[in-house]
Design a protein around this ligand. Structure first.
Ligand code: NAI
Ligand code: MG
Length: 335
């Protein structure tokens, strides 16, 4: 079956890693069609706005997008484009796998294979309810958790466990202190868990989770948690297995899904041709899983692992002297 996906080349290193990723995907002959759309600074320059309606329309129509990092200009009046995309399409589950890869920079070159499912629309990231007192000395921010919001993301985590043969879901919270918000999330998670007797469920307080992740990450399988905790924990997990250059993420809603690298536009290395394309490639792998091509996704991941094992053309962030293009070529040659 042929799929059309919206492709956003993005800013900074975005166009470089997207070219590399599409090159590898093309080598796989999957019959994917690409519809190009602009967002971020690139869109600002061409169309005078960060997130043109044509881009939103393209994503809404195709329902699947592969997106490079975007630069949101710093300063008043610019809402984060990523947050806007998540809100617009109600992308409530942010799915971030962290898996050990054979490479020189990883603290855990084996043993880690976990997925963080981060609630992506609620919590402290709702944006409203932020206030600074007139004298500028008191700041407040509102966190909002809803039962429906908690339920759907926890259910997503358990369904993901079933679908992928995983055995355990860890609910990460701080309900001992944040009694209303984290408390509601935890109570809701317990109720959802009761419908999945085949999946083991445990609960862990977020600070202890951080220590456990660093000391004994192999105990985790799927982690489900609220927005802020998930943001932080998933970066921690990326750090366990080799850093941002290897960390993909999927933003999943009921109708639309957007696949990306976790990292940003890396302005410090943009244009140098040395960005690591793996995070976006692994995001493309998640996209193939989503499109019902799990064997092709595995084929792509195996080619990446083989290239890392052989230390063939690795980019400088992984300790090599390769380029974005030569690394991608090395991966493509192992498909
Ligand atoms: P960043 O992730 O762009 O860079 C952090 C460090 O990691 C830099 O030293 C960079 O060179 C390195 N790095 C990142 N990706 C790499 C790759 N693929 N290969 C090799 N090295 C890599 O984070 P930073 O500097 O905080 O943000 C830069 C811009 O990116 C900002 O404008 C920010 O708003 C945007 N951003 C966009 C995201 C998105 O669109 N999903 C996510 C995070 C940040
Ligand atoms: Mg983050």
């Amino acid at each position: 079956m042929s799929h059309t996906i919206t492709v956003i080349r993005g800013d900074g290193i975005g166009p470089e890693i997207m070219a590399a990723t599409l090159h590898v995907l093309d080598k796989m002959n999957l019959g994917l069609q690409y519809e190009e759309a602009d967002a971020g600074l690139a869109a600002m320059e061409k169309h005078g706005e960060l997130l043109p309606k044509a881009t939103l329309d393209s994503i809404a129509k195709n329902k699947v997008a592969l997106k490079s990092p975007l630069t949101t200009p710093v300063g008043e009046g610019f809402a984060s484009i990523n947050v806007t995309l998540r809100k617009t399409f109600d992308l409530y589950a942010n799915v971030r796998p962290a898996k050990s890869f054979p490479n020189t920079k990883s603290r855990f070159p084996s043993g880690v294979d976990l997925i963080t499912v981060r609630e992506n629309t609620e919590g402290l990231y709702i944006g409203d309810g932020q206030a600074l007192s007139d004298d500028g000395e008191v700041a407040t921010a509102t966190s909002r958790i809803t039962q429906d919001g908690a339920e759907r993301v926890v259910r997503y985590a358990f369904e993901l466990a079933r679908r992928t043969g995983r055995k355990k879901v860890t609910v990460v919270h701080k309900a001992n202190i944040l009694k209303s918000t984290s408390g509601l999330f935890l109570r809701t998670a317990r109720e959802v868990a009761s419908h999945y007797p085949d999946i083991q469920c445990n609960e862990m307080i977020v600070d202890n989770t951080c220590m456990q992740l660093v000391m004994k990450p192999e105990q985790f399988d799927i982690i489900v948690t609220t927005n802020l905790f998930g943001d932080i924990i998933s970066d921690l997990c990326a750090g366990l297995v080799g850093g941002l250059g290897l960390a993909p993420g999927a933003n999943i809603g009921d109708n639309v899904a957007i696949f990306e690298a976790v990292h940003g536009s890396a302005p410090d290395i943009a244009g140098k041709g040395i960005a690591n394309p793996c995070a976006l490639l692994l995001g493309a792998g998640q996209m193939l899983d989503h499109l019902g091509m799990p064997q092709e996704a595995e084929r792509l991941r195996n080619a990446i692992i083989g290239t890392l094992e052989a230390k063939d053309s690795l980019t400088p962030d992984l300790g090599g002297t390769g380029t974005t293009t030569s690394f991608a070529e090395a991966i493509a040659s192992r498909l």
